[in-house]
Write a protein that binds this ligand. Structure first.
Ligand code: CIR
Length: 269
C-alpha cells in the first residue's frame, strides 16, 4: 500500500492466489490471467523479495469466492496507526474485506478504525503518499464522498491531501504512479497533466517516464534502500539506478494480467 512512508514498511499483509484467479477483473493493463500456478509462483517470489529485504510478511488464506482477493491494497488504508476501511469501488470486491480488517485490527490492537457508509466509495489503490503529503485519485473506483472520508482521517494528523483526476484508461492512481523514495514520484507521460501533483517540497521531484512504461511506474521502496520493480521497464530501471537506488526485479506478468501491480498485493502496517 502506498499510504505509509518508506521507513514505516516493516510488516506487510498479503493474501494468497485463489483457484478462481482466472476470473479476476481485467480491463486496463491486462487481458485476464490464464495460469494460476504461474501467478502463485510470481506471488511467492514477491513475498520472498519482501522477506529477504527485511519485511515481516503475513499471508492470509485465499478465498475462491473472490478472484481478486490478492489485491489487498484496495481494502484497507493504514496511516500512522489509524485505519480507514473503504467501501471498495467495484461491487464484486466488497466482500473481500472482513478477514483483512479483522487481521489488521488484531495486529494493531486498539487501532482507531473509520469505516465508510452511504454512497462513499474508495479503493486503497487510489492513495499515494510522498513523505507527509498525500494524493488521492478520483477514479472509476473512488468518488468525492470517499475522498471526504480520507480527508477527515488525514486532517487529524494535519496531513495535506491533493486530488488527482485519473484518466479513463487507468484503474487507480497507484496503477500509474508510485513513490520509490519519500522524495520521488514516478509517473508516465500521457496520463496526468504536468501540474497534477502541484508544488512539491523543495527536495522532491516528479520523474516522467515514457507512456509505454506506465505499468513499470508502480514500485515499492523499502527501508533498506532497495526498490522492488516489475521486470521489463528499462527507462524506469535506469532512471532509478542513476539515482543510486538498488533494484529487485520481479516477473509480474500474471499479476499484471489482472491489472494488479506491485503495491496492490500488500498492505504495510
Ligand atoms: C480490480 O480490477 O479490482 C483488480 N483486478 C485489480 C486491482 C488492482 N489494485 C490496485 O491497483 N490497487
Amino acid at each position: 500500500m502506498a499510504s505509509v512512508r518508506v521507513d514505516q514498511k516493516k510488516r506487510a499483509l498479503v493474501r494468497n492466489v485463489p483457484d478462481s484467479y482466472t476470473r479476476a477483473l481485467a480491463k486496463y493493463f491486462g487481458k485476464g490471467p490464464t495460469d494460476v500456478e504461474l501467478a502463485r509462483t510470481q506471488h511467492q517470489a514477491y513475498i520472498n523479495a519482501l522477506e529477504s529485504n527485511g519485511v515481516k510478511v503475513h499471508a492470509l488464506a485465499a478465498d475462491d469466492r473472490h478472484p481478486d482477493c490478492i489485491f489487498v491494497e484496495d481494502q484497507a488504508v493504514v496511516v500512522d496507526g489509524k485505519m480507514l476501511l473503504p467501501l471498495p469501488g467495484h461491487p464484486s470486491r466488497v466482500a473481500e474485506q472482513p478477514p483483512i480488517a479483522e487481521f489488521l485490527m488484531s495486529e494493531l490492537g486498539g487501532v482507531q478504525t473509520c469505516t465508510m457508509g452511504g454512497e462513499a466509495r474508495m479503493d486503497g489503490g487510489d492513495i499515494l503518499r510522498l513523505g507527509n503529503l498525500f494524493f488521492v485519485g478520483r477514479s472509476s473506483r473512488t468518488n468525492d464522498l470517499g475522498i471526504a472520508s480520507l480527508r477527515s482521517l488525514l486532517d487529524d494528523f494535519g496531513f495535506e491531501l491533493r486530488v488527482i483526476d485519473i484518466p479513463g484508461h487507468a484503474l487507480h492512481l497507484t496503477s500509474i504512479a508510485s513513490t520509490p523514495t519519500d522524495t520521488i514520484i514516478l509517473v508516465p507521460e500521457d496520463y496526468l497533466a504536468a501540474e497534477a501533483f502541484g508544488d512539491l517540497p523543495e527536495d522532491c521531484e516528479v520523474l516522467w517516464m515514457p507512456a509505454d512504461e506506465a505499468y513499470g511506474c508502480n514500485t515499492i521502496g523499502l527501508p533498506n534502500g532497495k526498490v522492488l520493480v516489475a521486470e521489463g521497464y528499462p527507462t524506469v530501471h535506469s532512471t532509478l539506478r542513476d539515482r543510486g537506488l538498488d533494484l529487485v526485479e520481479l516477473d509480474m506478468s500474471e499479476i499484471r494480467a489482472a491489472d494488479g501491480s506491485l503495491t496492490c498485493c500488500s498492505i504495510f502496517y
